[in-house]
Ligand binder design. Structure first.
Ligand code: F6R
Length: 368
């Protein structure tokens, strides 16, 4: 049942191309993005003037990624907040606010209470969920199911990639309803998304060097992760995976924050994993990251760089280079997250831990 793997999680990492493809399947029909359940009228969707994304843990990181896409495609302001914070605040919501609640289990206590908190103030709720008929989708006005299939490993992998994918569909559905994207533009974005599973597959085919590197770094006291733009939530997710699976201290930082504190942590031999943006995307993003890597390398960091194939400029600064295929900027996280999952799983196994059942953690957090 583990498909020849020692752990479910390792099988689930391999299943990610299918999780992404299945999540997309059937959601673009008749030239339109369609959700699974929609108890909101087209007019209500058009009237949305603000989006809040609420979630916990990895689902929250998928929400951070959603902000880049939704704001870019719809020009709607998007706030992303931990459900546990949102539910005890007094957020400004009304009937034209859309609250997107993301949850693999659909039963996470804080996310469910955030949904209820939102509904009390008449906000509309859209659930992104991996579990049919769970409580969160039941209480939502609209639902988009991630179709990752059951996830047994406690740490989220395929469900995370499916959430990232589903969030893109939510963004496209809003852009379509608001008319901020022409139908042919929506079709093009969807086609680009459909090309992603094959690219995820290619990343999976080339992760052996990542495993070797993980074994080499398995006794490191800490690992830092740096990213900018969509690479920033990827850095947070990479650090979370390492903490929960390998019980290793790890922190993700926005690369632009280096000089505001984290650079003081850099010392000889400290592993820093950097997520590079595409050199074909916004030039400024790429060049800023290059100078960040140069700075940390000059201070002795051991740089592990995830970069697009053919990114020659980054080579001199990468002590270890992990190449991923080219992809549209917004969709790159579907690729760059994968080596980080593999890395964390391999460090954990090298340290002798059960990656399916990390200590102190439960798959579904139904109590606060
Ligand atoms: C991390 C992880 C957790 C969950 C979080 C939310 O690998 O699995 O951080 O992402 O507990 O769970 P759901 O998505 O079920 O609400």
């Amino acid at each position: 049942e583990k498909g020849g793997h020692d752990y479910f999680m390792l099988k689930e990492i391999q299943e990610q191309p299918t999780a992404v493809a299945d999540t997309l399947l059937g959601h673009f029909t008749g030239g339109k993005i369609v959700l699974d359940e929609q108890r909101l009228s087209d007019q209500e969707l058009r009237d949305v003037d603000k989006v809040f994304v609420v979630a916990c843990g990895s689902a929250y990181h998928s929400g951070l990624l959603a902000k880049y896409a939704i704001e870019h495609w719809t020009r709607l302001p998007v706030e992303v907040e931990l459900a546990s914070e949102f539910r005890y605040r007094d957020p400004v919501l009304d009937r034209s606010t859309l609250v997107v609640a993301i949850s693999q289990s659909g039963e996470t206590a804080d996310t469910l209470e955030a949904v209820r908190h939102a509904k009390e103030q008449k906000a509309r709720v859209l659930a992104v969920c991996n579990t049919n008929g769970a409580q969160i989708p039941r209480e939502a006005d609209a639902v988009l199911y991630t179709r990752a299939g059951p996830e047994i490993g406690v740490a989220s992998t395929k469900a995370f990639l499916a959430q990232v994918t589903a969030n893109f569909l939510v963004g496209l559905a809003l852009a379509q309803a608001r008319g901020t994207k022409y139908p042919d533009e929506v079709a093009r974005e969807y086609a680009d998304l459909e090309a992603m599973p094959a690219l995820v597959e290619r990343v999976l085919e080339s992760v052996e060097p990542v495993r070797a590197l993980a074994r080499e770094l398995a006794s490191s006291p800490t690992v830092l992760f740096l990213g900018r733009h969509v690479g920033y939530p990827v850095a947070l997710e990479g650090a979370l995976k390492l903490k929960e699976l390998a019980y290793m201290h790890a922190e993700g930082f926005a690369a632009g924050e280096l000089k505001h504190g984290p650079i003081a942590l850099i010392e000889d031999g400290l592993p820093v994993i950097v997520v590079m943006p595409s050199p074909k995307g916004r030039a400024v993003l790429h060049s800023k990251l290059l100078s960040n890597i140069r700075e940390i390398q000059a201070r002795g960091a051991r740089t592990v760089v995830i970069a697009e194939e053919g990114d020659e400029a980054v080579r001199p600064f990468a002590d270890h280079l992990i190449e991923i295929p080219a992809a549209p900027t917004l969709f790159q996280p579907l690729l760059s997250t994968v080596p980080l999952q593999v890395f964390a799983a391999e460090v954990a196994q090298t340290r002798g831990y059960d990656v399916d059942k990390p200590r102190n953690l439960a798959k579904s957090v139904t109590v606060e």
